[in-house]
Design a protein around this ligand. Structure first.
Ligand SMILES: [Zn+2]
Length: 473
């Protein structure tokens, strides 16, 4: 069993956000070679008896699935995170436990994320959907492309959110416990439900007892029973503690921008020196960058900022970015059943046609000399993102009026065109910055501590051009 530091999820229940509407945020951390397209999946109807093929197993289909926006590792059926047309947001976290992972293919945690989005109209319903499927089919299977099953399998924690409530669901095998979140919380690769759960699977205490992990007669404590006590756990612990503290310091004033700032964080002005550095390459941060031996990076970021609106289409703005968020730019999406197709491609090798890979190329260029090139990014990014946020409010106001006038199509078109125009600006910025950095890289040596890792990475990803240019210096 290998350990991959992966993913951070931030939960801001309605009462703690500045506008009292709630914010869900997640960094999906995945293998550095794995593209994660963003896709819209429309609602669908099925016939009785239909089967559904998930990543490894097939299960019974339901009569209707909801439409949703999903951030999807290119090769799997499941999702890292998403938000559906009813406003249910779900993201998962990998967990390692003293209970061994299943040695048979079953549902991946990512499959359960998608099943929750397809089948649930509220966070409560998602809790039911996921726990019932978990008890019936179990969880298991390789979570990394091309990896042996037991080498990249894990248990899962889920954050299930809607505008009304945020739920934390932690699982081990077919067992689970959940807790309604009554405060802000950062969640990472470490169990955090103790004896404060609001519900558990049947006989969970007896299960723990049978494994010598619980004393009969004592109050059952989820984390104490199932936490894997080894040094890996420290990474998840420090990330979740840090993000929770950051959220608490801004409790009541939290905005999408504040949540994004934490997801872009590397313990700034805290545990290690400000900004991503060689040290934070060794200590996995909330914003994660690939390094040896931990070939994990933030592959995508999603922030669902809920709004008060009588219109379903305006119930949230889903902000998304690809690759480590400190080096990327955000784009807004709406509940209009639309994600630009150009965000939907990419696999495990560089392609010019893939937006994810073009961003990743720029990010790896920035990483070659972070102090120098991140400054170049910041010079342009802050103005662009401020404008996006300002216009997001304006566009929602205009759309609200159009909806009131029953001009539904025009309202959706306005929002979708705004998404397209933001994406155009981001694509142009990525192209210009990549070009500017790659010209500079020919003359200015990169940081020596990144050279070995990046040269090997560029070669493997098919970006040998950059590498040859760098090394010809
Ligand atoms: Zn970063």
């Amino acid at each position: 069993m290998s350990y991959y530091p992966s993913c951070d999820t931030l939960a801001v229940p309605a009462e703690y956000s500045a506008d009292k509407c709630g914010i869900f945020g997640k960094n999906s951390d995945r293998d550095v070679m794995e593209a994660q397209p963003l896709i819209y999946f429309p609602p669908q109807d099925f016939q009785a008896g239909d089967q559904l093929q998930c990543t490894y197993i097939s299960i019974e289909q339901v009569s209707h699935t909801y439409g949703f926006i999903g951030s999807k590792p290119w090769w799997m059926w499941g999702l890292e995170m998403g938000v559906n047309e009813c406003g249910v947001s779900i993201g998962n976290e990998a967990e390692w436990s003293n209970i061994p992972v299943n040695d048979e293919d079953a549902l991946l945690g990512m499959d359960l994320v998608r099943l929750g989005l397809e089948r649930a109209a509220t966070a409560r319903e998602a809790l039911q959907v996921i726990t019932q499927l978990l008890e019936k089919y179990g969880q298991g299977g390789a979570c990394k492309y091309g990896s042996p099953r037991l080498d990249s399998s894990y248990h899962n924690t889920f954050v299930l959110a809607d505008p009304e409530e945020f739920l934390l669901l932690e699982t081990v095998g077919k067992h689970w416990a959940y807790r309604k979140l009554k405060d802000v919380q950062g969640i990472s690769n470490v169990y955090s439900i103790e004896d404060d759960y609001d519900g558990t699977s049947k006989d969970i205490a007896a299960f723990a007892e049978s494994r010598g992990l619980h004393h009969p007669g004592e109050i059952f404590h989820f984390s104490k029973s199932f936490l894997l006590m080894n040094y890996h756990f420290l990474g998840g612990f420090s990330r979740s503690q840090w993000s929770t503290r950051m959220l608490k310091e801004a409790r009541g004033r939290l905005t999408m921008e504040g949540v994004l700032g934490i997801l872009r964080g590397h313990y700034e002005k805290d545990t290690v020196e400000s900004r991503w550095s060689p040290v934070s390459g060794c200590i996995p941060c909330v914003c994660m960058h690939g390094s040896e031996p931990t070939r994990t990076q933030s592959a995508a970021t999603m922030i669902v900022a809920y709004h008060k609106s009588s219109q379903k289409e305006l119930m949230f703005t889903c902000w998304g970015s690809m690759c480590p968020p400190c080096c990327s730019l955000i784009v807004p999406f709406y509940n209009t059943g639309y994600i630009p197709e150009r965000l939907g491609s990419g696999a495990d090798f560089y392609e010019d046609s893939s937006f994810w890979w073009r961003v990743n190329r720029m990010v790896s260029d920035i990483e070659s000399n972070y102090e120098r090139y991140h400054g170049w990014l910041e010079e342009v990014r802050s103005g662009i993102e401020e404008e996006f946020q300002k216009k997001d409010k304006e566009m929602r106001g205009l759309a609200e009026k159009l909806f009131e006038e029953k001009r539904h199509k025009e309202a959706c078109l306005l929002l979708n065109e705004f998404t397209e125009s933001c994406l155009d600006i981001v694509e142009k910025t990525v192209a210009e910055l990549t070009e500017r950095i790659e010209i500079d890289m020919k003359n200015v040596p990169g940081q020596i501590y990144r050279q070995g890792y990046l040269s090997a990475y560029w070669k493997k990803a098919g970006l040998a051009g950059s590498m040859t240019e760098r090394e010809s210096k």
